[in-house]
Design a protein around this ligand. Structure first.
Ligand SMILES: C[S@@+](CC[C@H](N)C(=O)[O-])C[C@H]1O[C@@H](n2cnc3c(N)ncnc32)[C@H](O)[C@@H]1O
Length: 395
């Protein structure tokens, strides 16, 4: 390996593949280089933006030879906006590369052996997104609304955002003039319901704050812009079906339950379901959703999971975990290893955290199935659903 390169140095790199998260990967004198917005096969001249001991990050200065599957980004803001990072790749190729990246991450970091074909679930590549976060800046001629620029705090005002469902896009584009001069928040979270109504957080006078709702399978879920809800309009039913599956039994636990997206259908298949959710607002909606959908065999516990996981008994039939990007905490992993639920479903939005946790879980659990859900087209994010069963020899 050559001497460490300084930030600002320019080098040529051939991009070998995409890694989980969406960056391209290549090597310079043996040293790994991660290059945003690149494509496998690209030969690029890049500028080093960050130099660590064992890898570099770099930005493209010039594409010397384009890789196959590049396209003109459909969004006019793509060059500056930090909202998406894969618009320069054909839609089908994005999915193919995410499957390869998930496989590599789980096999290399997780030490798992995956089946030859992963189950892949993809939907509309544009016009799918139900929730987003916009930035707001007061300017002389009114409010600019948009997203942060890639890798910086600078606001990129937008005139379109084609990943959003059309109702949410129209709302965002009309937002600037609706915001009160001098009192507009710098950041707004938004979510849209089945009827096109949009809810915002924090409170802004004159804009919708109430709940919205979405029908998924046989249930209607209420929520608002303060809480988590899955983001791809076209994949909600498939996701719930894949997570909940056909199994049934006596007792199931839904950990990191949100507003109850998986808890309610689990309660149709298990005699008793316990859901744990840390966020007060989401837990309140989970209770409302259970009541309005007449689900009576579901108990919702609010609190940080680390302090509540001790309540889970040994040998329950089913546990579903859907943690934030950081993955499972040692306390939750420890409980799953000690109490050995018969079947464990792990829903993950971060492949590396999933891989790390699977490495810990594997001696006790056997991998049954892995599915990739392309819930965030045009970005490097992906969702994985992993079904595990307690290994008979480990019990
Ligand atoms: C990825 S979301 C999943 C929600 C739900 N399963 C769904 O699909 O709609 C993760 C949820 O975990 C909750 N959460 C995060 N950290 C937590 C913790 N330490 N204890 C309990 N809940 C937590 C968040 O509030 C969020 O609702």
């Amino acid at each position: 390996m050559s001497d460490a390169l300084a930030v600002g140095a320019e080098i040529e790199v051939r991009v070998e593949k995409l890694v989980a998260g969406g960056d391209g990967f290549g090597r310079h004198d043996g040293q790994p280089v991660f290059i945003s917005r690149s494509a496998p096969g690209d030969l690029v001249r890049v500028r080093v933006s960050s130099a660590k001991r064992d890898y570099l990050r770099a930005e493209i200065v010039e594409i010397l030879e384009p890789g196959a599957g590049r396209r003109e980004p459909p969004c006019p803001h793509f060059a500056l906006c930090g909202g998406c990072d894969l618009q320069h790749l054909e839609d089908d190729l994005q999915v193919e590369l995410k499957v390869a990246a998930l496989r590599e991450t789980l096999e290399r970091l997780g030490g798992v052996k995956l089946p030859a074909n992963l189950e892949v679930h993809s939907g509309e590549p544009f016009g799918y997104r139900l929730r987003n976060r916009v930035r707001v800046e007061a300017r002389e001629d009114g409010h600019a609304v948009g997203y942060r620029a890639a890798g910086s705090w600078t606001l990129v005002p937008i005139t379109s955002c084609k990943v959003l469902v059309p109702e949410l896009e129209s709302f965002v584009l009309g937002l600037g003039p609706e915001l009160p001069i001098g009192r507009a928040p710098e950041r707004l979270d938004l979510a849209v319901g089945d009827d096109g109504a949009v809810t915002v957080s924090p409170v802004v006078e004159g804009l919708g704050q109430g709940e919205v709702s979405r029908r998924v399978g046989e249930f209607t879920y209420a929520f608002d812009a303060r809480c988590f809800f899955q983001g791809h309009a076209g994949l909600l039913d498939e996701l719930v079906e894949a997570v909940v599956g056909p199994e049934s039994g006596e007792q199931a636990w839904d950990l990191y339950a949100g507003v109850g997206l998986f808890s309610l259908p689990l309660a149709r298949r298990y005699a008793e379901v316990v859901a744990i959710e840390g966020d007060t607002v989401a837990a309140r909606y989970a209770r409302i959703n259970a009541r309005r959908n007449r689900v009576l065999n579901l108990e919702i516990g609010r609190g940080a999971l680390d302090s509540r996981i001790g309540e889970m008994p040994s040998g329950v039939d089913r546990v579903v975990v859907d943690p934030p990007r950081s993955g499972l905490t040692p306390a939750v992993l420890g409980a799953l290893l000690a109490r050995k639920p018969t079947r464990l479903t792990y829903v993950s939005c971060h492949a590396a955290a999933l891989a790390r946790d699977l490495r810990r879980l594997q001696p006790t659990y056997r991998l049954i199935n892995v599915g990739l859900f392309d819930l965030f087209p045009q970005t490097g994010h992906m969702e994985a659903v992993v079904q595990l069963e307690v290994d008979g020899d480990a019990s």
